[in-house]
Design a binder for this molecule. Structure first.
Ligand code: A2P
Length: 363
């Protein structure tokens, strides 16, 4: 017994971690297929110490596959997720393409695992910044309610992919050598201007959209509402975000201001207690001993780290906290493999009959 699994985008920053996380998971893997673009076809990667040759992705790549873990970007998932579903595979997708589709559950297992029961073949993995924030907010919401969230992010270069991460390293070296820094990717691949990230901060993640907010900021707003309240446009909670790229290789940081329901008597100590026992959370909050989460310590870990929990001294029922996680693991590869583990445990690795009509293939 076991599943025939394909990893789509296996050569990327997230894809290589999908391989590792799957190796360490309890998903029974009968066979593994590693898929990427034609550029990587023929390259060899390992799964459980066995050499696996990377294949170029075609619709037929998904024949006989039960489960696809995808991280090849939006246009790749747009095209290939329906092809996989059509062939009977369940797709857990890291790209943003399917996240807001009403037929696609957007899942963080610690927060809304039950949404998995509603899947029709595609399950979306949320944006990295959203995942770590909702993991920290869920136990607070459960005990004290949640009315409002204002978040500012400090996002690592690897969130923009392997090439952006490499660009930061090359720029850093150039800066230290006293040479000119070049920029071809960040802040956004394909946008008109490019700026160096090394020794700098870039207050633009993804393209600008309505009201001067970036696409990343809108993602955090809509995804938080969909995951925590089941409705991407709900007015039950107010969310706003500012997303900033920082010259850190791995690990996103976030300052989160939040307002609890009045009358629930939330205190910083009560919130710390709720966080200390929450699934997937590690409380690192001891200012007297200078203990607080840092990206450098979160790298390679599956958990979300929370510290600096304190009241807002001017507003009732309001608090601040600092949240850090490995954007490539809980923010991407681990959350995806964790969803796969839950699908297996709940016997949900199966595509319902209506799926192909909901997700038609292109031409
Ligand atoms: P490749 O290495 O062949 O380009 P990252 O986000 O780190 O840049 O990774 C993106 C991943 O998506 C890589 O594995 C990349 O493969 C893969 N990819 C990009 N374009 C395609 C495509 N058209 N079909 C399949 N995989 C793709």
């Amino acid at each position: 017994v076991g599943y025939n699994v394909a990893i789509l985008g296996a050569t990327g920053a997230v894809g290589t971690r999908l391989i590792q996380q799957l190796e360490q998971s309890n998903v029974p893997v009968k066979s593994i297929k590693l898929l990427a673009s034609t550029r990587s076809a023929g390259k060899t990667l390992q799964f459980k110490q066995k050499d696996i040759v990377v294949e170029a992705t075609t619709p037929e790549s998904f024949d006989g596959i039960d489960l696809v873990l995808a991280s090849g970007g939006g246009s790749v998932s747009k095209k290939f997720a329906p092809e996989a579903v059509k062939r009977g595979a369940v797709v857990v997708d890291n790209s943003s393409f399917w996240r807001m589709n009403d037929q696609v559950p957007l899942v963080v297992p610690e927060v809304n695992e039950d949404a998995l029961y509603q899947h029709h073949g595609i399950i979306a993995n949320p944006n990295c910044s959203t995942i770590q924030m909702v993991v920290a907010l869920a136990p607070i919401k459960q005990q004290f309610g949640l009315k409002r969230v204002i978040v500012s992010t400090y996002q690592a270069a690897s969130g923009a992919g392997q090439t952006a991460w490499q660009e930061l390293m090359t720029q850093s070296q150039a800066y230290i050598n006293g040479e000119e820094m070049t920029a071809d990717i960040l802040p956004v691949k394909g946008d008109k201007q490019h700026y160096p990230l090394a020794f700098n901060l870039l207050p633009q993640i993804d393209v600008f959209e309505d009201y001067g907010y970036t696409h990343e900021e809108w993602k955090m707003i809509h995804e938080t509402k969909k995951i925590m309240f089941g409705d991407k446009n709900t007015k039950a909670i107010k969310v706003t975000a500012t997303a900033v790229r920082v010259p850190v290789p791995i690990g996103h940081g976030e300052t989160v201001y939040f307002e609890t329901e009045s009358g629930t008597q939330a205190t910083a100590a009560g919130i710390q207690k709720a966080l200390a026992t929450a699934d997937g959370v590690v409380l690192q909050d001891d200012p007297a001993h200078q203990v607080y989460p840092q990206p450098i310590n979160a790298e390679g870990k599956r958990e979300t780290f929370v510290g600096r929990v304190r009241p807002d001294v001017e507003n009732d029922d309001s608090f601040h906290m600092w949240v850090v996680s490995d954007n490539l693991l809980k923010g991407a590869a681990w959350n995806t493999v964790q969803i796969a583990e839950r699908l297996v445990a709940l016997n949900l690795v199966r595509v319902p009959k209506d799926a192909s009509a909901l997700f038609p293939t292109e031409a």
